[in-house]
Each structure stands twice: as C-alpha cells, then as structure tokens.
Design a protein around this ligand. Structure first.
Ligand SMILES: Cc1cc2nc3c(=O)[nH]c(=O)nc-3n(C[C@H](O)[C@H](O)[C@H](O)COP(=O)(O)OP(=O)(O)OC[C@H]3O[C@@H](n4cnc5c(N)ncnc54)[C@H](O)[C@@H]3O)c2cc1C
Length: 414
C-alpha cells in the first residue's frame, strides 16, 4: 500500500501541533488532523512554568504567545493552612517567566506554526473514526471531514494526540499500566477585576479538605479554581444549581485566612463556570506496531500539578527524537517502543505519582504542618520545593535539602 505520509497525528493542540513541528523539522512528512476547528477552547486552567516557556521559544512561537498579553509570572505562593511557602520560580534554561495562556490562543498559535511548515498538512474539522490495518500493523486512519465526507490516509505511523478520551488509544487497545482515581471535584471560572496579591503570581491555597487556585491569565482576567471532595454531595448539588454563588461562597467561607474573599468582591465572572468530576490519573502503553500516544492520550495527571501542557509538548519532543533516531528502521516497533517508553517514564513518572497523591486530597497532618513550617522558613528549601514544578530540580533534591535543615535543627536542639 502506498503511504501518503510518514506520520499522521490525530489531535492538534499542545501535544499534536508540537509533535508535527518537531517531526517536520526532522524531515518527516506529517498529516495533522483535529475534529475541532481553531481557535478553539478546551477544559484547562492554562498554566505552565518557565521550562515550558523555554520549549515554546524553541518551537518558534514565543513572540506570538507574548502578543496575547498574558500576565508574566515569576513567583508562586502556596499556603497550606496558615503556612505560606512563597518565592521566585527558579530560573530554568535561561527563562524566568511562567504564564497562564488561554488555550484558544496557545493551541491556535501552535497549530498555525505547524501549518506554516512545508512538511505539514493540516486538516481541521476531520474526525478520526477508524484505523486502517495491514495485518496487526496500523497503517492509516479513516474518518469524516467537516462536510461529512469519509476519507482515508495512510502513513508509517499513526499518533494519538487526541486527549483524555483518545480514539486512537481505544482502537489500538493500548494496555493501561497505572490508574489512580481522584477524590475531588474541580470547578473553575474566569474573573475580571481581581487585584494581584502584591506582584502577579500563581497562588495555591489548601485549607481542610478544600483547595483554591488563582492564576492570572489573558485579557486582564484570573482563572479561579476550587477543589473539594466528591463526598461533599451537598456542595456538588449547590454547584449544579448555582455555580457562581457556590464558588464565591466556598472561597469566602473556607479561606478566611487569605485575601481571596475581599479580592472577589469587586470581581466579575466573564464566562460560565466549568467543572470536572471523577477523573483518573492514568498511564497507558505509549507505542505499538505503527501507532504511538502522546500528551493526555498517553498519561493524565492531576490538573493541580499544572504539568499537562508541559508533558504534551515535551512528550512530543521525546517522541520525535525517538522516531528520528530510528528513522532507518521504523519497522522494529518493539525496540522503538521500548526506547520511547523508557524516555517518557524517566521524564514524567515521578511527577505523575505526585499528581496521584494530590488527587487523594488528604488534609494536612500535624507532621506535614511541621514540615511545611520548616520549609517556609528556609529559602534554600523553598527554592528546591518550587523547583520540582518546573524541573529546575528533582523531588529528591528537595528532600535532600529538607533533610539537611532537619538535621541542622535536630543538632541545634541537642
Ligand atoms: C480542568 C482541567 C484543568 C487543567 N489545567 C491545567 C493547567 O493549568 N496546566 C496544565 O499544564 N495542564 C492542565 N490541564 C491538563 C491539560 O489541559 C492537558 O494535559 C492538555 O490539554 C493535553 O493536551 P493534548 O494535546 O494531549 O490533548 P487535548 O488538549 O485534549 O487535545 C486533544 C485534541 O484531540 C482532538 N481529537 C480528539 N478526538 C479526535 C478524533 N477522533 N479525531 C480528530 N481529533 C480528535 C480534540 O478535538 C482536541 O483538540 C488541565 C486539565 C483539566 C481537565
């Protein structure tokens, strides 16, 4: 069978469009399809750290991203009960600025960049329904274009960058390697007229069984998120019937030890509140004969970690690098799959497990509270704590630093 393309990428947001760019640069001929037409929004609170800013620069889109006038963010504040852990987001790869960019902007910018490349053909409004097989080897996709016309395309590799409900993943029956359910409901809304808390920063508050997250985003708005336990059925009902009132009340009543209530008073909700319940953290096998997965199709972790956009883009880079290294032997799928699996697990697994822990929504124990207080009073430990989120360091570096100050504290008590 004659192959139309080297790679067909299903899904054209942060993972799919980035993959198309990386592959095209490596000389692959790519078909990039999405059932959506862009610009288009998706369920996300849009935040990424400066390590992702570096990736966007590398992808050649940073100027376009900056034109969206999002608030530059250089600091983060966690408040666990009464303890504040706050500091500058450590610099990585020469970048000091993190952002929260609406996906209507970010995904469109990435897609346009992909489409500007000679080796990439973009098809918007094309829904993949089936895969084309040659024996057990995936050799293409079949689907419906925006006019309802069925079309078939073939390639050496079909990639599912098609999100949490990935059709490619379902059709190839990729093995689920890990799953860990979340115990929280998430609701978020966009508000204008919210004052910054001092300088603009990412803000995360945990009190009892609830969490509040404030990210400054485009168009002078903040995305304001709450997490609360799924067992709170009354609150779930309240959110269904009056989501804005419930969100405001939860933030005002449950976070009296913060400035959120006062800042919300003069704020205006700019679009309907959206929510997510009963999601899972999961991890699937990433590659098989003629297919691969990237982004949320491969792995989903608690949104409160703000790692999904990063992992979509960086995962695309890892996949493109793996394919490029194996360009001349693209039939040896088992070997290539093993290489890809090792690369993504080495990079993402530790923070994936952190997301699983976060999803359990455990209240802060007395012991954790003591540790938090210790972290908050040592800038070197704060730096390593914050550096986990943007890969400035590994969680093990943070633990090492923490043990050092614990040891010093124990020593001084002797
Ligand atoms: C409530 C919530 C908040 C979040 N907040 C953050 C955050 O602050 N920071 C962060 O980093 N991450 C966050 N995430 C995660 C982040 O949004 C995802 O990790 C990221 O969008 C994954 O990108 P992706 O390209 O893999 O998939 P997606 O963004 O899901 O894109 C998949 C694309 O595939 C297309 N598609 C699907 N099926 C087909 C088909 N059959 N044919 C053709 N096209 C198809 C879809 O139309 C879609 O455009 C959040 C997630 C949720 C749910």
């Amino acid at each position: 069978m004659k192959k139309n393309y080297d790679v067909i990428v299903t899904g054209a947001r942060c993972a799919g469009s980035s993959l198309a760019i990386y592959l095209a640069r490596a000389g692959f001929k790519v078909l990039l399809v999405d059932k959506a037409t862009f610009p288009s929004d998706t369920l996300s609170t849009n935040t990424f750290f400066n390590n992702t800013t570096a990736l966007l620069r590398e992808l050649g889109v940073i100027e376009e991203v900056l034109k969206t006038n999002a608030t530059p963010v250089k600091a983060i504040k966690f408040q666990f009960e009464e303890t504040v852990i706050e500091g500058p987001i450590p610099i990585v790869n020469g970048e000091d600025t993190s952002y929260c960019i609406r996906r209507t902007y970010l995904d469109d910018i990435l897609l346009r960049q992909a489409g500007s490349l000679e080796n990439v053909k973009v098809l918007q409004g094309f829904r993949v329904n089936e895969l084309v097989y040659n024996g057990d080897l995936v050799v293409g996709v079949r689907g419906e274009d925006r006019f309802g016309v069925m079309q078939e395309f073939t390639a050496s590799l079909v990639v599912g960058a098609d999100g949490r409900y990935s059709v490619v993943r379902k059709l190839v029956k990729s093995e689920q390697k890990i799953t860990s359910p979340s115990t929280v409901a998430i609701y978020f809304g966009y508000f204008s007229n919210i004052q910054h808390d001092g300088a603009a920063k990412f803000e995360v508050y945990k009190r009892g069984e609830n969490m509040a997250i404030l990210f400054p985003t485009n168009d002078n708005t903040y995305v304001v998120t709450v997490n609360f336990p799924l067992t709170n059925k009354r609150l779930l009902e309240d959110f269904k019937s009056n989501s804005e009132g419930s969100l405001r009340q939860l933030l005002t009543d449950q976070f009296p030890n913060t400035t959120i209530g006062a800042r919300l008073e003069s704020a205006t909700l700019t679009e309907p509140i959206r929510g997510l319940h009963e999601y899972e953290n999961y991890w699937y096998k990433g590659m098989g004969k003629g297919w691969a997965l990237v982004g949320d199709a491969l792995c989903f972790k608690d949104p409160a970690m703000a790692q999904g956009i990063h992992d979509g883009i960086r995962g695309a880079q890892l996949l493109a690098e793996t394919l490029n290294r194996n360009k001349e032997r693209l039939k040896q799928w088992d070997q290539i799959a093993e290489e890809y699996q090792q690369a993504i697990e080495a990079e993402f697994m530790v923070r994936f497990h952190m997301g699983c822990e976060l999803s359990k929504n455990e209240p802060i124990s007395e012991q954790q509270d003591t540790v938090n207080k210790l972290i908050s009073s040592h800038p070197a430990v704060i730096e390593k704590f914050l550096g986990i989120y943007n890969y400035a360091n590994e969680p093990s570096d943070f633990e090492e630093e923490l043990i050092k100050v614990m040891g010093a504290g124990a020593g001084s008590n002797d």
